[in-house]
Design a binder for this molecule. Structure first.
Ligand SMILES: Cc1ncc(COP(=O)(O)O)c(C=O)c1O
Length: 471
């Protein structure tokens, strides 16, 4: 155990236990061992040192793990030539890194039209809006772009406030919706919210669905809910708060939580009905999970529920350029006398070209179908692994958003925090990169291009690391 308590004067103080949230921390003892094992030069020493010198330190990034030299397909290569299959990729690498068709399209767009100042539209921006409207479910036909997901979330919140004339929101504890004040306010993780003063007023939270670890006291041993017993208390609580407040502008949530946790059957229908009854909008944040990751182009398609607004980001730029989008029901197009998405790169032709080409690649290479197929195979193999390994308490997933939850004891479900952190570094040693979520969930989000062979290779590495931990 480390001696410096968290929150002590030293800004870089190591916490006494692994962080339980969005991602793994760079302050854990296992991280120190990994650094010692690899040796400075092997990991890209001098560059890492300069990185740590000049960037503000943050527990989920700087100081960094290694210095990257090349990304291609599913692979990351560090400057010492070590290669890692990337089962994380910040959820940007749906089409694989550095897809040649995308790189070529971006280069040509740079030669053709590199920028369009506000008040001038351009063909790639309009083509992309048209494409997004044609792909998105139902009446989601009106689009605005931003450079990042956090800004797209902000736009969605502003639009919902303006349309309803209300300002309150309901969202989930444990969620991440971005690093700006809007996203942080509706997000529910202390790592991002604490020690920065007041956030947006009216941002209310409820405990999210999590059938394996139900905050409403209805833990399902295998994560399969007994709806007769629990009466879907999680959806009930959302309705309860909507009813108590009566003036909520919007419910905002990830339709499938990035942990990942999948909602109980009927959850979103129940929430949609409650939103309609109380005049609140429903905003789906599909920033990490949209565009095919879950085996459907939009996550909402799994649940037969149409939100009023969907936000996309991350993979929309093909893992090369930053672009996010808000797609809204056309009935919300009521702010023509105000400015909602007044961003410098509001209609950037190069980022729009990247997004348009990415969508074309996803379609032409049948990547959504591949994610569904390979994801189903992954889940089946993960269930087999669970039968063999007591350390695995729960496996879950939808498409290629997959999670293996580690516990010290299946009965009491104590999170195996240290084991998960150690396993993650063991896998890195063997050339596989992924992140942990909540401290004990091995969260796997490989690209949509994943082949069965790559899947097997990745899961072999994970299973070996789990076996080593159990022995
Ligand atoms: C669910 C969710 N919403 C919003 C964001 C913010 O996106 P960005 O980092 O592009 O601002 C993220 C980023 O991780 C996310 O996972």
């Amino acid at each position: 155990m480390l001696e410096t308590p968290p929150g002590a004067d030293d800004n870089n103080a190591a916490p006494t236990k692994p962080h339980q949230g969005e991602g793994d921390s760079n302050l854990s003892p296992n991280r120190k061992s990994w650094e010692a094992r690899r040796g400075g030069d092997n990991a890209g020493g001098a560059l890492l040192d300069r990185d740590a010198q000049y960037f503000l330190h943050q527990s989920l990034s700087t100081p960094c793990l290694a210095a990257v030299k090349k990304v291609e397909g599913i692979w990351i290569e560090d400057i010492a030539g070590n290669r890692f299959m990337d089962f994380h990729g910040n959820n940007v690498h749906h089409i694989g890194y550095a897809h040649p068709r995308l790189i070529d399209a971006i280069k040509r767009q740079l030669d053709d039209l590199p920028f369009a100042p506000r008040r001038f539209t351009n063909a790639p921006a309009v083509d992309l809006a048209e494409k997004l409207a044609s792909l998105a479910p139902g009446n989601l036909n009106k689009v605005l772009y931003a450079t990042g997901g956090s800004d797209a979330v902000d736009m969605a919140l502003k639009l919902a406030r303006n349309y309803t004339g209300r300002h309150k929101t309901i969202s989930f504890w444990g969620a991440f919706h971005g690093a700006g004040f809007g996203g942080l306010s509706v997000g529910g993780e202390s790592l991002f919210r604490n020690e920065i003063g007041p956030l947006l007023a009216g941002a209310e939270h409820v405990a999210p669905f999590a059938c394996y670890r139900c905050a409403y006291g209805h833990d399902a041993p295998d994560g399969i809910p007994d709806l007769d017993a629990c009466k879907m208390a999680c959806a009930g609580m959302l309705r309860y708060v909507l009813d108590k407040e009566k003036d909520v502008a919007a419910v905002i949530a990830e339709p499938v939580r990035s942990v990942p946790y999948i909602p109980p059957p009927g959850f979103w229908q129940a929430v949609r009905e409650a939103c309609d009854e109380y005049g609140a909008l429903l905003i789906f944040d599909e920033i990490p999970s949209g565009l095919g990751k879950t085996g459907k182009m939009f996550v909402s398609e799994h649940f037969g529920v149409e939100p009023d607004i969907t936000v996309l980001g991350k993979a929309l730029g093909g893992g090369v350029l930053p672009i996010a989008a808000m797609i809204a029901n056309e009935k919300l197009d009521n702010m023509g006398d105000l400015a909602l998405g007044h961003y410098t790169h509001e209609k950037n032709p190069v980022t729009a070209r990247a997004a348009l080409t990415t969508l074309q690649i996803i379609e032409d290479e049948n990547l959504v179908e591949n994610a569904a197929k390979v994801g189903a195979q992954a889940l089946s193999r993960m269930h087999d692994m669970k039968d063999r390994h007591p350390l695995i308490g729960h496996v879950t997933g939808l498409g290629l958003l997959l999670g293996i939850e580690l516990v010290l004891d299946r009965a009491d479900k104590t999170p195996a925090l240290d084991a998960a952190d150690r396993i993650m570094y063991r896998c890195l040693d063997q050339g596989l990169s992924f992140k942990t979520t909540m401290g004990n969930v091995l969260t796997l989000t490989p690209p949509l291009t994943l082949s069965i062979e790559e899947l097997d290779r990745g899961l072999d590495i994970i299973e070996d690391a789990i076996t080593a931990e159990e022995n």
